[in-house]
Structure formats: C-alpha cells, structure tokens
Design a binder for this molecule. Structure first.
Ligand code: SAH
Length: 416
C-alpha cells in the first residue's frame, strides 16, 4: 500500500464519550465496545485516525476487525504520517534507545523491540549474537513483518532474521503458525539445517536452535535476575523449578551452589540444559565439576514440589510460564501461583531464599504481592522481601501501559 492510498483510505474512528480516558492517557488498546463510529465502514485492516466524541484528535492506530484488540493505538503525535515509513521509524528509534547494549563486553543477547512498550504492537525482536529472532503475536506485526525486517537489516546487518508466530496468540489473532526468514532484508526460504546460534549473557554461554525452542528461543528478560540469583547461591542446595534451558541453574553454579535440581516439563529443554553446562565448563565460565552437581527431572513442577522432601532445599527459583494469558483467566491463575508459592514456602528450610516470578501481564504487581501474602498466611510463615525485581531495561515498562510491567519478581527470605 502506498502512503497516498493511506491518505485516501485512512479511517476515522470516534471513541464513545466516557471511553476516551485510557486512550487519551496513551493506553494502546481499544476494544469494539469503546467505538462510537467508524467511517467509512470497515472491510480491510488499515490505519485509522482516532478522535474523541468532541472531535479532539487522540491518536493514530491500526484497525483490524480480525484482531482480538480491534484498534491498536500507535502514535499520539498528529504530525506523524501513518504508513510503512512510520513503522520503520519506530523500529529505528527502539534500536537506538538500546545503543548501550551493543557495547556490553559480556552480553550479546538482548531485546531490540518490546511490543507496545516500543509502540510496535505484537512484535518482539531479540538479538542473539549475529542473528535476530522475532516473535509475532498480532496481525499488525504479521502484516508489517517485511518492513520491520528491512529496517532491522538496514540498521544491524544480522546474518539472518527468523520470525516465529507466538503459539499463545495465533488462535486469538487468527494467524497461521509459521516461521519466516529474512536475509539482507528480503524474505527467503530456509531449511532447518542451520547451525545453532551461540551467544553470551553476562559471561555465560548459550545456544539456541533455529526454529525451535520457546518464545524466540531464550528468555533474555531474566538477565539481571539471573545475576542476582548468583549473589545468593553460595553454598546453597537449589531447586530450579521451570528451569527451561537452565539460565538460573548456570548462574547458581557460577555463584557456588552445592547442588541444583532442575525441573521442567520439557525433556528437550532439559537435555539442552545439560549441553549448556558442558559448554560453560569447557569455556571455563562455571566451576569444573558443575555437571556432577546437577540433577534434571522432566516432570510437572507443581507435582514435583509437592512430592519433594521437606527442608531439602534452602534456595528455590520459581519461574512458571505465563499462567494468566488474559484478564479473564486471572482468578484461576492467581490460585495456581498461590498454590505454587505456598508449597514452596512450606517445603523450604527456615531462612531459605525463594526467587519467585510472574510473567503474566494481566496480573499486576499488587495482585502478585497480595497472592504472596495469602500464600505466606496459609503456609504459616513470615516473609521478608529482600529484593524487588523486574525485567531488564531492554524490556521497558511504559508508564501509560501497565501491562508492559509483565515480569515481576521478588527475592524472599522465609522465616519459620
Ligand atoms: N527459568 C527459565 C524460563 C522458564 S519459562 C529461564 O531462565 O530460561 C517456563 C518453563 O516452564 C518452560 O520451560 C516450560 O517448558 C515449563 N513448564 C510449563 N508448564 C510446566 C509445568 N506444569 N511443569 C514444569 N514445567 C513447566
């Protein structure tokens, strides 16, 4: 679509009186119930100019009837010119804001684009060494993927860009689950025989296989929290629940843990965890003999912890997947988080350390803290909050978009 076409076809959306507070405060999501009128009546997805019922300009957004968020606001600047160029400008600005990450000596994996927090709804892009992995969770991102890839290629010249549809959102957004590749800014067909990409995070080595793994292959949002884990690990008997490929396990080992039990439901993630222990021993990034300290168990983490021996551990890491996908799923998710944390508090030694996380955007920090208070009450213990944690600054929290504070965590000391 040319920008001339946008000018001709840009839709004009009027927000209902009383429903315009959030968008005026720069919250990016508008659902159909908030829309008073739309002109011309919609057939295809396109840019929209959004006004209050009194005729005040609010923002430019992307309207798509097939998306579970029908109107996604993108720019509150009237002077912006909606179109592919705007999308590329937003990509450029997001990358430039992260310029300090490119000169970090011990880290080559970090987030370049963090969805709505970078004004690019439904697109996450991570640098992993010389590759870029993207996760697509909106129709907007799917539509503009070639433009986003072009701009990233122009700025950073990655060896390859791989874009995977986020399984959690494919159904909600009506997207087909697929993997797309871009080289030199152009879409290409790739077989899956490419080598793993190798990268470092705070001096620890990792590999991610092409087209495999969860999310974009690695969770770089926990980078700072893995370093904090290391500070507490000396001499500890550690349980790493929901370990995935062992980010926390590797840091606990470097921090001097006596032993680490890593538990995940994914056997392939655990196999990869063992491989990464060998890789790091070889690179001398973790102490020799680390492999002997680690036990892996493929199991349901909730069942594992319930069946675990009382008082075996004095450090636990609880990093479950997103248990609340949407606000509607929140109540059930809170019960699951509470159950997990309560059992951990009951099982851990007196004075033990729990690093507990929630990566559900639908759950606020207040909900998370309240849930922990209930868990502590039911477990009959007192809790000290030693540290309050969130994602690294490459995953910015946009004040006008509270859901962007999706990763919340605490280092707790349990007093019995
Ligand atoms: N701590 C990891 C990331 C965890 S992501 C890191 O630092 O990289 C959440 C993990 O939970 C995934 O690896 C997923 O396979 C696992 N998982 C999901 N449901 C589970 C369950 N019921 N029991 C055990 N593991 C589960």
């Amino acid at each position: 679509m040319s920008s001339a076409l946008y000018d001709a076809a840009m839709y004009r959306v009027i927000i209902k009186d009383g429903k315009d507070k959030a968008p005026k405060r720069h919250h990016p999501w508008i659902f159909s119930g908030a829309i008073e009128n739309i002109e011309p009546s919609f057939s295809t997805a396109d840019w929209a100019e959004v006004y209050s019922s009194t005729g005040l300009f609010i923002a430019y957004g992307w309207y798509d009837e097939k998306s579970h968020i029908i109107l996604r606001l993108i720019s509150w600047k009237k002077k912006d010119n909606p179109g592919e160029e705007l999308v590329r400008k937003l990509v450029r600005e997001a990358v430039i804001r992260r310029k300090d990450f490119f000169s970090m000596p011990d880290t080559t994996a970090f987030r370049l684009i963090h969805g709505d927090a970078d004004f690019l709804p439904g697109i996450a892009a991570d640098a992993y060494g010389k590759e870029i992995r993207m996760l697509v969770s909106s129709r907007f991102a799917d539509y503009f993927l070639p433009a986003i890839a072009k701009e990233l290629d122009f700025l950073l010249h990655p060896a390859i860009i791989e874009a995977v549809t986020d399984k959690q959102f494919a159904g909600l957004e009506g997207l087909s689950e697929r993997i797309r590749h871009f080289r030199a800014g152009e879409e290409t067909k790739e077989d899956e025989s490419r080598d793993n990409v190798r990268f470092i995070e705070r001096g620890i080595w990792y590999e991610a296989a092409p087209g495999k793994g969860q999310k974009s292959g690695f969770y770089c949002d926990q980078r700072d929290n893995r370093m904090i884990t290391e500070e507490y690990a000396e001499g500890k008997t550690v349980l790493d629940l929901f370990s995935y490929t062992g980010g926390f396990t590797l840091h606990a080992l470097r921090g001097g843990a006596v032993s680490v039990d890593a538990v995940d439901s994914s056997e392939s993630a655990l196999r990869h965890l063992l491989y990464q222990i060998h890789l790091n021993e070889e690179k001398k990034a973790i102490p020799e003999g680390s492999r002997e300290k680690v036990t892996i168990t493929a199991a349901d983490a909730f069942e594992f912890i319930r069946a675990s021996e009382d008082g075996k551990y004095n450090m636990m890491i609880l990093d479950p997947p997103k248990l609340a996908k949407t606000k509607n799923a929140l109540d059930n998710a809170i019960k699951a988080y509470k159950d997990l944390n309560r059992v951990a508090m009951m099982k851990i030694q007196n004075g033990g350390i729990i690093a507990t996380y929630s990566c559900s955007g639908a759950m606020s920090r207040e909900d998370f803290r309240m849930m922990l208070a209930w868990a502590a009450h039911d477990a009959g213990c007192e809790i000290e909050i030693l540290r309050t944690l969130s994602a690294g600054e490459d995953h910015p929290i946009r004040l006008s978009f509270p859901e962007s504070e999706y990763l919340k965590g605490y280092i707790l000391r349990v007093l019995k």
